[in-house]
Design a binder for this molecule. Sequence first.
Ligand SMILES: Cc1cc2nc3c(=O)[nH]c(=O)nc-3n(C[C@H](O)[C@H](O)[C@H](O)COP(=O)(O)OP(=O)(O)OC[C@H]3O[C@@H](n4cnc5c(N)ncnc54)[C@H](O)[C@@H]3O)c2cc1C
Length: 415
Amino acid sequence: MPGEAQKIAVIGAGIVGISSAEWLRRDGHDVTVIDRLPPGEGTSFGNGGVLARCGMVPVPTPGILKKAPKMLFDPEQPLFLKWSYFFKMLPWLRQYLQNSTDEKVQMISDGLAPLLEDSVTEHQSLAKGTEAESFVKPSDYIFLYQDQAGFENDSYVWGLRRKHGFDGVAMDREALKAYDPALGDRYKFGYKMVDHGHIVDPGGYVKALARHFQQQGGSVIEADVSEINSVQDKTEIAFGGNRAAFDRVVLAGGAWSAKLAEGLGHKVPLETERGYHIHYINTNIKPPCPYMVADAKFVATPMADGMRTAGIVEFGGLEAPASKGPIELLKKGLRNLYPDFEFEDKTEWLGHRPAPADSLPFLGASPTHPNVLFAFGHHHIGLTAGPKTGRMIADMVSDRLSNINVQPYRVDRFD
Ligand SMILES: Cc1cc2nc3c(=O)[nH]c(=O)nc-3n(C[C@H](O)[C@H](O)[C@H](O)COP(=O)(O)OP(=O)(O)OC[C@H]3O[C@@H](n4cnc5c(N)ncnc54)[C@H](O)[C@@H]3O)c2cc1C
């Protein structure tokens, strides 16, 4: 129904769901967001806040098969596994690792790049004129290494970033110290990416966007969605003891999306890649821009009320409680980064990155249920790519042509 106002439900009030809902509302549709949690309290609450325009490199890259087993047995390495979950995730893991060849990685990064490259301006245009605008900070993004040799060891991933037009500026110890006098001695080489950005309170940002959406006439319902069904030309969803029919349904349930998607008959190899943060409040030091601490694989990001360190990859499913090891590793990483760091208070958090086996999100209409659009699986880059995804979903609903090749995100690619 191009051009006509439609009744649309968006399942999920994370950055992807709220961005989709707001762009759809701006097109004149009657939009209801349904989430079992208040907006911005899923994975979008606790991420590292980095607008990683250059984040088109997936986790599995050539060589991972050799490195990963050693990392799993070393508590000082940022890769953890809850062994009781190992056999459950084996089919997904097999596919995930098969995607680590150079050929696959090139295809994946070609697919991710268009979702990311203009992400700072995408955030700015989504948030413009709303209270969320002040959360978006354009900034540098610096990759920290112990020395230049460490940087050169990462030449494969830097080759991928350069291929997509992202090159950095090398910083020696003196340049790093001049930029950030509090930086610990461990880091003697930096690679600065300009024209990136960060969000100074990711959960608060999504809430501010959701408030704007509601003030402008959008609805938000707190309920669990248990089923999606196509009924003639409508789509019916069951939530919190109710059933309602919509012209279109957008599934933006992050790491929890697989069950509903599989209920529609699609194969969706989606796991949670668990990650952690420690949020420090009222700190004596804030980094001048987000850092990616390359040896320990976490980001340190300046936040409105302090600083956040976030990262680590742990496999263990959606249900298992948080582990101690990753938090200890983040604490150790902070001591190396800022030996003189002090703070008044801190909170710790475990979150779930929605991780498809090929590291590419599922975006677009289901071929068998054309009124249902998938918008999930953004893995490590969901904050960065959320607003662009939302705009693409609105374009699809209004039959506007996209200037992006959407083939890599096909909903039925594993069927
Ligand atoms: C430690 C960590 C650091 C990260 N750092 C960054 C970063 O710096 N930059 C970046 O770009 N990305 C980062 N990410 C990734 C990013 O946070 C995610 O990709 C992104 O938040 C996914 O957004 P989403 O809206 O798809 O999912 P979510 O924010 O999880 O939202 C999905 C929502 O759907 C709801 N839901 C699901 N199923 C149902 C149902 N059946 N009924 C009702 N509600 C349902 C959930 O309650 C949830 O609120 C990080 C992730 C982690 C864990």
